[in-house]
Design a protein around this ligand. Structure first.
Ligand code: SF4
Length: 457
């Protein structure tokens, strides 16, 4: 079905089948909707936190004071559905449409395609009432059970990683740049609008509603803090098994892969399928710098372990593309190809290469911030890499036209060039200098080709 023509050019399936959570208990339209508020400056065209589902009082719907089913059909969700059916772009979704305009395949594109073969879009539309409400039959939920994490990645913050708290305490009081200070805020240590990082622990109403929805679920998605070290993630999988629901549920992860205990592999066997997106952002010490304080030798060991999993476990490398790694992505792909993994990004997943998504927060790490001289260098390197791929991987149309292969790489470059956010370079510079001071890392040594970031301003 051509959704753009047959339903509406702004239709996305997610508001009909999905809810997403933040680690602080806020409910979201989807995991990337709040990126729609990111821009060249901190002016919020749409008045602040877009992407977060608001309650009828205009405040974020938080699972400490609302519940899943109330959020599902509150005024905000109903408006988003109506806007999509009327061909309008909801403010929470501008990010997807900007990516598409830059030639990138957006989450709206791939999620709608993926889910349209698993649920009946016709039925969903027939069930939609004139006010935008739909019966709560949630097929897919994104659960972020707090911030417990064993890494403190350079693009993360205490909003998503408990390990970041110490670094934030050292960093924040020293920040001089006003825009950086605003970006790095952590108001009241996350306790705003009823939010807490343990919203799920004593929330029986939440668990009751979630368990009631298990027969409807087709996918449980875990992406943060780090679900492989969060007890409630394991309890939920056990509950699915106990209730006999596991065989129809697909588990999906974005995980740092640092801890992969045997009990995880044992539980996975009970489920229909597992899709494990291993978050790796570069190779060697560059990855160690970005995904601090991980160790590359351990990451390689975990990849080897995942490469031995059964066919019901799909493993891909999920690279978050940002200022620090975009230049080195061709090297990263060459490394991945040379490893000849049995089942990590096998064709056609990521065209046999690697999967990519963009970093939007913090905004100073967005690739649009790079100075034009570096952007030009990146364009040149990618052009040479396309030829290398044709010569060394395939020159057949199936590969050359694959949506996640060369086309995806071209999409990264055109997204980078689609806007100039270099006004944020001073905040990027200050951020890197201060993080190096705090962590004892050395940006210039680790990313020697990127030092031009400091040549301007
Ligand atoms: S259009 Fe994009 S941002 Fe909006 S719900 Fe769909 S995937 Fe999320």
């Amino acid at each position: 079905m051509d959704f753009d023509k047959e339903i509406s050019p702004t239709f996305c399936i997610l508001p009909w089948i999905h809810l997403s959570t933040r680690p602080n208990g806020h409910v979201r339209l989807c995991c990337t909707a709040n990126a729609s508020s990111a821009g060249a400056t901190n002016d919020k065209k749409y008045g602040g936190e877009v992407g977060i589902v608001k309650g009828d009082d205009g405040k974020p719907a938080n699972l400490n004071h609302t519940d899943l089913l109330t959020a599902w059909n509150n005024g905000y969700m109903k408006t988003v559905r109506r806007q999509m059916l009327q061909g309008e772009i909801p403010p929470s979704c501008t990010k997807c449409f900007k990516e598409e305009a830059a030639g990138h395949r957006s989450k709206r594109n791939w999620e709608t395609e993926y889910w349209a073969s698993r649920v009946s879009v016709k039925e969903l539309l027939a069930m939609t009432n004139a006010d935008g409400s739909v019966p709560p039959k949630i097929a897919y939920v994104d659960l972020r059970l707090g911030t417990k994490c064993n890494l403190k990645c350079i693009m993360c913050s205490p909003h998503d990683s408990s390990l970041w708290v110490n670094d934030w305490n050292k960093l924040y009081p020293k920040i001089q740049n006003e825009s950086l200070k605003e970006i790095m805020q952590w108001h009241n240590k996350g306790k705003v609008d009823g939010a807490t990082y343990n919203w799920y622990s004593d929330n029986q109403e939440f668990w009751n509603q979630l368990h009631d929805q298990l027969p409807n679920f087709q996918q449980l998605y875990f992406a943060g803090g780090e679900s492989t070290i969060i007890d409630e993630h394991y309890s939920l999988l056990e509950e699915c098994v106990k209730r006999g629901e596991a065989p129809h549920i697909e588990l999906r992860y974005n995980s740092n892969g640092i801890e992969l205990p045997q009990k995880l592999f044992d539980l996975w066997k009970e489920f229909k399928r597992v899709r494990f997106h291993f978050s790796i952002d570069s190779i060697g010490e560059m990855n160690d710098y970005i995904r601090y304080p991980s160790q590359w030798s351990h990451i390689e060991k975990q990849l080897d372990l995942l490469d031995q999993t059964p066919d019901s476990v799909e493993v891909t490398i999920a690279c978050a593309v940002q200022v620090l790694n975009i230049l080195y992505i061709p090297d990263f792909i060459k490394w991945k190809l040379q490893k000849k993994y049995r089942k990590i990004n096998p064709w056609p997943l990521g065209a046999g290469l690697i999967n990519f998504h963009f970093v939007y927060h913090p905004a100073h790490l967005n690739v649009k911030v790079l100075p034009q001289t570096l952007k030009d260098k990146i364009v040149q390197k990618y052009e040479e890499f396309y030829l290398w791929l044709k010569e060394n991987v395939s020159d057949q149309p199936e590969f050359l036209e694959a949506p996640y292969g060369i086309k995806r790489l071209k999409g990264l470059v055109s997204f980078m060039n689609s806007e100039d956010w270099s006004v944020r370079l001073p905040e990027l510079q200050e951020y890197l200098i201060r993080m190096d001071e705090i962590r004892g890392t050395n940006f210039k040594q680790t990313f020697p080709e990127m030092t031009e970031i400091f040549d301007l301003y």
